[in-house]
Design a protein around this ligand. Structure first.
Ligand code: P61
Length: 469
């Protein structure tokens, strides 16, 4: 037996690497007792969205708006031009989006769903279909509220947590063909392509797939719009896995990827390293004009879109930082570090590990529970109880109800997401998280599941309440 401590790099037979930054300011964390957590969980109706953050130890609810900004971003905040109209920071942002994403016309919004609202209303005629590579909660809801009919066209493998494909976010062109054969191209509003695919476990889309989808769109006269929320992370996987891209920078890959799109919308709270902000950007002037007009109704003037000038400045700087190769390598490297520990211990999860989170496979965690007993919601509650770690349900609760029949949507994937904020936690935090997941896995046999006692009408997972069975 050897007692010699070994670094993780040594264990893997390579030199260790570290984050390309150091910490300048810290936010103390509080640890709690199990009894306090049991009380907090009950008060929160066993829904991690309803916990107070002061009762949370390591917060892996989301990577949305939870990143640490850099000293340069904070310095930029001091240069906020808070003019109601024509803020200088808007023009910086516009320049950054043109440079890194390549779209001509920009409309800022307060966050991603503001942008989804504008593009859904502007580009969908009621009754039209919107094929997408797996649903996302807010995206689908805005498409439906605009009268669209969402249709899932992601490759089948995306719904199988044990399938180890390189690009499980890809669109299945045969599914697009089948849709067009059934409804005709004129009944398709646009293709809604997300990269990476959040609900599929942060799985990427390949450049080859996007090229093929673009060619399909040109053949049928259908537009292609990108949910660019985690497109920088997608570029990392292309660089790593797709032939011909190993020597291209993340920035180059991102720009090429976006060149196949008619436009994109963005929750800048993820890739772009800000606490608030979003945008929608297109190349088509009449569509831009429509959204620029609508934004003044719902968000604010078209040169601030519901944001302060300082927020737009932080977003412009964060956009540039987000495409640095060293940043993205360490960001996804940290997610993988946690994934490797869990994989080594045989914890069931979505494989391969994607860009922003580890998605635990609650079906295999709790085979004794039916989907109606909310296995993924239960697992999030158990993790919180064990250690104060906050995760998020991504299963039947998140999938909501069918817009026409009113039945539960029953997704194949019943996952609990451990989402890693960018530049916030250390490797030691990941170790604590991994050990808590293992403790909860070891205690899995005694778990009984939950019943939903309160169900809101829209996006029910945010505010639903549960009681233990
Ligand atoms: C998240 F539980 N994501 O992953 P907004 N597109 C994509 C997103 O991931 C996204 C938005 C659009 C969140 C926050 C969140 O069901 C939930 O800036 C791919 O949040 O408005 C947001 O951007 C919307 C959590 C949203 C959820 C919806 O944690």
């Amino acid at each position: 037996m050897t007692d010699t401590p070994r670094t993780f790099g040594q264990q893997l037979g390579r030199r260790s690497w570290a984050e390309p930054w150091k910490i300048k300011m810290v936010e103390p964390l509080t640890m709690s007792e199990r009894g306090d957590r049991a009380r907090a969980l009950e008060e929160a109706g066993y829904n991690t969205f309803l916990l107070r953050s002061r009762d949370v130890y390591i917060d892996l609810l989301t990577d949305s708006g939870t990143s640490a900004m850099s000293d340069r971003q904070w310095a930029g905040m001091m240069r906020g031009d808070e003019a109601y109209a024509g803020s200088e920071n808007f023009y910086h942002l516009e320049e950054a989006i043109r440079k890194y994403y390549g779209f001509k016309y920009l409309v800022p919004t307060h966050q991603g769903r503001g942008a989804e609202h504008l593009i859904s209303r502007s580009a969908i005629t009621p009754g039209q279909y919107v094929p997408g590579n797996m649903y996302f909660t807010t995206t689908r809801l805005h498409q439906e509220m605009a009268g669209g009919i969402f249709t899932d066209v992601i490759v089948d493998e995306a719904h199988d947590p044990q399938h180890r494909g390189d690009f499980k976010g890809n669109i299945d062109l045969a599914k697009l063909d089948a849709l067009v054969a059934k409804v005709g191209a004129a009944a398709i509003a646009y293709i809604s392509l997300a990269a990476t695919v959040n609900m599929a476990g942060g799985q990427p889309v390949s450049m080859a797939n996007v090229k093929a989808v673009r060619a399909w769109c040109d053949r049928h006269g259908v537009r292609l719009f990108l949910d660019a929320t985690r497109a920088v992370e997608n570029a990392f996987f292309i660089q790593e896995r797709e032939p011909g891209y190993a020597d291209r920078s993340i920035a180059q890959i991102l720009l090429e990827f976006c060149s196949f799109m008619d436009g994109a919308w963005m929750s800048a709270k993820k890739d772009s390293l800000v606490n608030i902000g979003g945008w929608v950007a297109v190349n088509d002037f009449p569509l831009f004009e429509e959204m620029r007009n609508l934004v003044v109704v719902f968000e604010g003037l078209h040169t601030y879109g519901g944001l302060a000038g300082r927020d737009m400045e932080a977003m412009a700087i964060g956009t540039a930082e987000s495409v640095e190769d060293a940043h993205i390598r360490s960001r996804i490297g940290q997610v993988r570090y946690l994934g490797m520990l869990l994989e080594e211990w045989g914890i069931p999860m979505m494989e391969p590990v994607g860009g922003h989170a580890i998605f635990l496979d609650a079906r295999r965690f709790y085979p004794q529970l039916t989907q109606d007993q909310f296995p993924a919601q239960t697992l999030a509650a158990e993790l919180y109880l064990d250690s104060g770690i906050r995760a998020m349900e991504r299963g039947i609760v998140s999938a909501g109800r069918n817009a026409t029949t009113g039945d539960h949507n029953r997704p194949k994937l019943e996952l609990t997401r451990l989402t890693i904020p960018r530049r916030v936690y250390t490797q030691a935090h990941m170790d604590v998280v991994a050990e808590s997941v293992k403790a909860v896995y070891d205690a899995r046999a005694a778990v009984r599941g939950l019943r939903m006692e309160y169900e809101p009408r829209y996006l029910r997972f945010f505010q639903a309440r549960f009681v233990p069975l």
